[in-house]
Design a protein. Sequence first.
Length: 301
Amino acid sequence: MSSVHWDPYIYNPAFAGVTGTTQLTAHFRSQWQGIEGQPQTQLLSAYTPIDVIDSGMGLMFWGDQIGQVKSQNLVATFNHMVTLPFGVISVGVAAGMDRKSFFGMDWRAPDGEYGPGVVSHNDPLLSDHKVSGIAPRIDAAIYLVTPYAEVGFSSQNISPFTYHVPGVGEDGKTYQTRSYVVQAATFYDFSDDVLIIPSAVLKTNGHLTQFEIGAGVDLGGLLKGGLYFRGYNRSTFDALMFQAGYQFAENAYVYYTFDLGLSGLRKVHDNSHEVSLRYIIDEPLFKVRREKIIYNPRFTE
């Protein structure tokens, strides 16, 4: 998702709470509009610091559809933060369930028979009914924050599992894929009211790799913008991303991202669109009120 440049938590559970604030976000993405069955994604997340144990926790739900296949992921995250002389390092994990499903009636097989009231795939691996499989999901991540830069590394599905699909034999089983994401950003104060944030994101599963690079700008915290490029060579050029954000209420922000297609698919799709909402609470949600410390008077002068 293009919003990863301002919301690292999308791919990195170790980011939860490192800014000391509670955040609730929602992302809605429609990719390659105009193509039947184009990818569509919805993401809801919430996280908060737990100051008494220098940690953070969160919850994230992914909904994704590509073609006939739907995916839903629900994970809880936990991370622990350690303060260093030069910043904060956070180590986190995410654990939950991963579900994939499709309706067999939506597919068409080469040897199938289809007509009014007739759907027969003539394929032992393709069901005529809804097929749904679930699997555990475990992610791990690390994130480093300093006053001048941030960098994170995460792995999704660190131990890939097999989806459990009732009634499907070995030939019809589906497996998770391990993937990795590297994120980096730096900060440059152009003036008192203008902050420039160059950033980069690398995603790979060991076979396919994609890279994004660009810069965002924050104008006094009220207006935000960004320009990013996705791709690293002629075979991976995908899009030029334009981003705009606005603080429409206290602690509430809306973002819009437009992906201008650069690949060969641009001839048949109407680009991509993404809308995001963010709400910030300027303190931990479960703030622990510590009692005032009264030192032993025998040790005072």
